[in-house]
Ligand binder design. Sequence first.
Ligand SMILES: *Cc1c(COP(=O)(O)O)cnc(C)c1O
Length: 368
Amino acid sequence: MNVPFLSFEPQHAPLRGAIADAFARVYDSYWYILGEEVKQFEQEYAAFNHVAHTVGVANGLDALVLALRVLGVGPGDEVIVPSNTYIATWLAVTQVGATPVGVEPELATSNLDPALIAAAITPRTRAIMPVHLYGQACRMTEIMDIAAEYNLYVVEDNAQSQGAVFDGGITGSFGHVNGTSFYPGKNLGALGDAGAVTTNNDDLAQKVRILHNYGSQKKYYNEVVGYNSRLDELQAAVLRVKLPELAEWSRQRQQVAAWYNQYLVDIADLRLPAVAAGATHVYHLYVVHTPHRDALQQHLTEQGIGTLIHYPIPPHQQQAYQDLQLPVGHFPIAEELATTCLSLPMWPGMNEEHVAAVAAAMQSFSLR
Ligand SMILES: *Cc1c(COP(=O)(O)O)cnc(C)c1O
């Protein structure tokens, strides 16, 4: 049995009619930018995410850039970021002119280690950006306490973890201003690029609203040098159809993870994802670790099992960041995770037979 890394079919086929209706609604409205769909989606997503405000933007990277901008983070400032995140987290810091300062994750969860944050704080540090990597909530209670102690802002990168919870709080609602992504493959995905800023702060929400729309509240009156980073009416209409399904899709992802945990338990040299006490995991990705990663991936490909690597090169080793001059070995945990991680197929609608097929292919590798 072939198992693709990702199939949209079980999510999208049943919604075909509803999404076509949403497209028709936008088409017939004769209003294509910042209209009723964006407005409604922003309210619906704010309710889902337990925040006072959602501002739809063009993509997840822009959401993080706008969050840092409205907090006044800029040149000369440092921002604490995980050493093992997707590059977008680092890029957002660089794009506002600040410097990303990496902090290592915990090996077991791949999430930022709160115990290592204080040592990275300098007089220039302005913010901490926790990333709820792979869909697991970071230990937000400790992170918020450190931020309060050192008078720092928190900007959550919630791109992979819509609906995850830590100690009763939902990700994307802890930080001062937070960003999320609706890139198609994310847990809540549009049919193209899309993202959002979430916050409980009225003033910061209003600043994002102004900045994302040319620095303007009143058409043709520009208060600040803004961006064009708006959520599309069409994408908002699609997201409104998909949002009510998200909780069920997360439940299905958790069921798939539970099957994996059960089927993969006895395989030698294989570390399964751990969930921290107090955290929930919405399994944007199900990531295992093994020293034989490349050979295992090759074997799985030959057996018809799709896998990906998130991520093969940590940000500090990317060519884009060579001017930071962080040598090999600078972030040993991030570097180890990058050489050992493998993401197995994970999508709502996967059934136990799919998981059993992946597990059988994994077992035939370890028995070779
Ligand atoms: C996807 C992602 C982003 C960026 O989102 P885009 O919509 O692709 O710009 C940022 N951070 C993380 C952790 C992501 O996974």
